[in-house]
Each structure stands twice: as structure tokens, then as C-alpha cells.
Design a protein around this ligand. Structure first.
Ligand code: GLN
Length: 304
């Protein structure tokens, strides 16, 4: 039996002494208000045991981690028709890159780069009655926790400074791959990214992805096929132009956000979340990646 508690405590003790913590994202001004010293890990195993280290119940902006959850909801609504509007190939480019979208006629490479997530947001805006509230309810149900909220100051902050996202959405619209108004879709997108969650809540939200679609309360939210497909997209596209590095170092499907969070999972075994707000040059949490590399190396458990 692996002593996950000891492993998490050792890793967080090691990481907290690092003097190379990366840089906090400041292109969304509101994100810059967080302390660089925050550090958390939380793990749930398949027997529903939980293990925590550091600030594991403190909430932070989940940002791009939300893209997996919108994808899961939109995939549930559209089924495989969703792949007519967004691809499943890694982009090898930064999350907010534009030129590939122009070259490939407005069909984003995958749903986890910004362009793809904006198309997924458009699908949800078209199909949900009250898009922002219905998506928040989906996240709450998946997590089994009604105490999950949107930080509207973060959403407003990005609304003021998200120039590349406006450019992306306008390009998508020009190619006919956005059905709703640019402003309406981006309002939804900025709000999904501004959801605040803790590492403890994130491991619960992602539990179905490691448990063949069933949440902690044993209710089915995703089919086995949907789980397989979303996990494979996380593995190949979850870290943008560092997806190869994450697979190489960590060996798990996962997703990062510029708030400094990462969620990763080992199908059938555990789901883990880390939070350290300092990012590396590719926009992924520097210590979060290091912590997860240590987790899979120390435990000898990865998908490979
Ligand atoms: N809301 C952020 C953006 O669109 C999300 C980016 C991220 O977390 N990588 O730029």
C-alpha cells in the first residue's frame, strides 16, 4: 500500500523550499493579487480516501481547467457532432495562438486551446437555457458541492484585458464557426474561467474522469467512451506546447490553468490536484508540474 499522505507531505515540504517558483500571470490583472507562496496538493483514491497537504481547501481561479468541464458538458449535449467544429490534435502552440486558426479555416486544433474552448462555449451558449448558471450547476453536480462560485472580479478583469480572446472569437466568427455574438460567447468564456475552486474540490470534480464517468456519489455523468476521449485529449493537449513535456515528466492526463492549478488522474486509481500560482514560460504551474513529476516517480504509478 502506498502511503499517499507521506508522499504528498514530502513533496510539498520539498517544493515550498524552492526559490524558483515561476511568475504569477499578470495579463489578467486580478490574478496578480495572489501570493506566490501558496502551495497545495490534494488526492482522492479509488476507495474515496482523501489526502491533503498545504492550502488544499483554499480556492483559486481555475481558469483553463474549466475547459475540460465545458467540453464534457458540450460533448454530452452534441455527442460526436462536436468534432465537426473542433479537432482533437495537439497544437504545439501557446494556448492563445492565432495563426494556426487562420491557416486551418477557423476549425481550432483542439478544445483545450483558447480557440477551441471558445467554440465549446458557443455550443453551450446555444444549447443551455441559462448558460452561465447551468454550467455552474453542472460543475457543482459533478463535484457534489453546491458551494462553488464564480469570482466576478476575475471575470470583469479578463473582460477588460482579454484582447487576444476577442481577436480569436472574431476570427472564429469570420470563418462561420461561432453562432452567437462575440460578446455573449466571451462573457460566458470569461465566467467559466473565473470559477474559484480548491484542490480538494477539483479532485472531486475530476473524479468521474478517473472512474469511468461515475462521480463520488456513484452517479453516472459521462459515458465510458466520453471519459476515454476527454482523458486522451487531456493527455495530448492539456498543457499546450508543453503537453509532450508533461506526458514525459509526469505520465498522466491532466489540465492546467493560469491561476496555477493543475488536475491530473490515473484511471481507476486516483485523481490529484496541485496549486502553486507561479507559472513557467509556457503558462503552466512551475512547482505544480514538479510536484506531479515527484508523485509519479516516488509512487512508481503513471499510465505508462
Ligand atoms: N482565461 C484565460 C485566457 O483565456 C485562460 C488561460 C489559461 O488558463 N491557460 O487567457
Amino acid at each position: 500500500m502506498i502511503d499517499y499522505q507521506r508522499v504528498l507531505s514530502e513533496i510539498t515540504a520539498h517544493c515550498s523550499s524552492s526559490d524558483q517558483k515561476g511568475m504569477i500571470a499578470s495579463y489578467i490583472p486580478e490574478l496578480a493579487n495572489v501570493s506566490i507562496d501558496k502551495l497545495a496538493m490534494h488526492l482522492i483514491d479509488s476507495d474515496k480516501n482523501t489526502y491533503a497537504a498545504g492550502d488544499a481547501t483554499e480556492t483559486f481561479s481555475i481558469q483553463s481547467i474549466s475547459k475540460v468541464l465545458t467540453l464534457a458538458q458540450a460533448f454530452g449535449i452534441l455527442g460526436s457532432d462536436i468534432w465537426k467544429r473542433v479537432g482533437v490534435e495537439p497544437s504545439g502552440d501557446p494556448f492563445n495562438h492565432l495563426s494556426l486558426l487562420e491557416q486551418e479555416n477557423g476549425i481550432p486544433r483542439n478544445p483545450l486551446i483558447n480557440a477551441g474552448a471558445i467554440v465549446v462555449a458557443d455550443i453551450l451558449v446555444s444549447h443551455l437555457e441559462n448558460p452561465k448558471q447551468d454550467f455552474l450547476n453542472f460543475v457543482r453536480t459533478l463535484t457534489g458541492d453546491s458551494n462553488i462560485h464564480v469570482d466576478s472580479a476575475v471575470a470583469r478583469s479578463e473582460e477588460r484585458t482579454g484582447f487576444r480572446n476577442y481577436a480569436t472569437a472574431n476570427l472564429l466568427k469570420s470563418f462561420g464557426n461561432l453562432q452567437n455574438d462575440v460578446a455573449t460567447v466571451l462573457d460566458f468564456y470569461f465566467h467559466q474561467c473565473a470559477i474559484s475552486m480548491s484542490c480538494a474540490q477539483l479532485t472531486k470534480a475530476f473524479y468521474p474522469f478517473m472512474n469511468q464517468g461515475k462521480c463520488l456519489k456513484d452517479r453516472t455523468h459521462l459515458t465510458q467512451t466520453q471519459t476515454k476521449r476527454v482523458n486522451s485529449i487531456m493527455l495530448t493537449c492539456g498543457f499546450y506546447d508543453e503537453a509532450g513535456e508533461f506526458a514525459f515528466e509526469v505520465g498522466l492526463p491532466g489540465k492546467s490553468g493560469v491561476g496555477g492549478g493543475i488536475v491530473a488522474l490515473l484511471p481507476g486509481k486516483y485523481c490529484v490536484a496541485t496549486w502553486s500560482p507561479g507559472l513557467n514560460a509556457k503558462g503552466n504551474s512551475k512547482l505544480g508540474m514538479e510536484a506531479l513529476e515527484k508523485l509519479t516517480t516516488k509512487t512508481g504509478q503513471s499510465i505508462f
